[in-house]
Design a protein around this ligand. Structure first.
Ligand SMILES: Nc1ncnc2c1ncn2[C@@H]1O[C@H](COP(=O)(O)OP(=O)(O)OP(=O)(O)O)[C@@H](O)[C@H]1O
Ligand SMILES: [Mg+2]
Length: 266
């Protein structure tokens, strides 16, 4: 499979607008005055040294932390102050830096957990197994298999999640996040621990996610992947944006090289 880079919308609608977001922990700013916009359908990377505030930014976007100040408008709606499950149901999905699967559930069941975030009857009613719910469950199995197919795990549907090789567990997280029916997907170091081949495949899978109409934010240390698949890159350092631009602009930005890329590329 080779990457087919689709045309990026030149002046599309903004799906996400982050304005002057700040979060301090014990007086130290983990995220400081961060503002950026995200065009619908794009793949945008966020890079920066360890501790730069990338995961904290995700925690703010997904409602895990409340910011000290700032605003996040998702498809025209302010989401700061909403609980995480509400933000998920509005269409924001994420994967975690540390894998968070249910290891003793099957691969399929893990994806179905994602689906339950948007089903009408939900977990409780599904367990009562009324005829309508049984039909709904059959449909859900089919849907779940579809998401596993996107990440190439459909053949492992009945394996235990915890028995999958590490790289496939990361892909399963992507499938589960897709199952919540997202409009935006936040990926937190999805290539971490993957080999070169798996990382290439991951790039194709991220294109696949984008091609399903999902806007993607990619937090990642693998610069090969970042520079290959992102349309825009935002660089954080000590919680602040120090640069934002195309991969080429970022690669050649002296400040970025000094703060991050110099160390990362050598
Ligand atoms: N719950 C917390 N309590 C106190 N400090 C925190 C907390 N969460 C994060 N921090 C601090 O905020 C800063 C940003 O951390 P964060 O995890 O967001 O960085 P990161 O860019 O994701 O780093 P990495 O690349 O290592 O994942 C760090 O200094 C970290 O120690
Ligand atoms: Mg992190």
């Amino acid at each position: 499979m080779e990457a087919s880079r689709a045309l990026w919308p030149e002046n599309g609608h903004h799906i996400l607008e982050v304005r002057e977001l700040t979060k301090t922990f014990g007086g130290l700013a983990a995220v400081k005055d961060v503002s950026f916009k995200l065009r619908k359908g794009m793949i945008k990377a966020i890079i920066g040294p360890n501790g730069a505030g990338k995961t904290t930014l995700y925690d703010l976007l997904t409602g895990i932390y409340l910011p000290d100040s700032g605003s996040v408008v998702f498809e025209g709606r302010e989401i700061i102050g909403m609980p995480p499950h509400r933000i998920t149901s509005l269409g924001m999905a994420r994967t975690f830096q540390t894998i968070r699967l249910f290891p003793r559930m099957t691969v399929l069941e893990n994806v179905m957990v994602g689906l339950h975030h948007r089903t009408r009857s939900g977990m409780l009613k599904a367990s009562l197994k009324l005829p309508s719910e049984r039909r709904e469950e059959r449909d859900m199995v089919e849907d779940a298999l579809g998401y596993l197919d996107i990440v190439g795990l459909d053949m492992q549907a009945s394996s235990l999640a915890g028995a999958l090789p590490f790289g496939q567990q990361r892909l399963l997280e992507v499938a589960r996040a897709m199952a919540t029916g997202p409009r935006i997907m936040l990926l937190d170091e999805p290539a971490s621990g993957l080999n070169t081949y798996e990382t290439r495949e991951l790039g194709e899978i991220i294109y696949g996610v984008r091609d399903k109409g999902v806007t993607v934010i990619l937090v990642e240390h693998d610069m090969g992947l970042v520079m290959r698949i992102s349309e825009e890159v935002l660089v954080l350092d000590y919680g602040e944006i120090i640069a934002e631009g195309t991969p080429d602009e970022i690669r050649n930005d002296p400040r970025v090289i000094e703060a991050y890329l110099g160390a990362e590329l050598t």
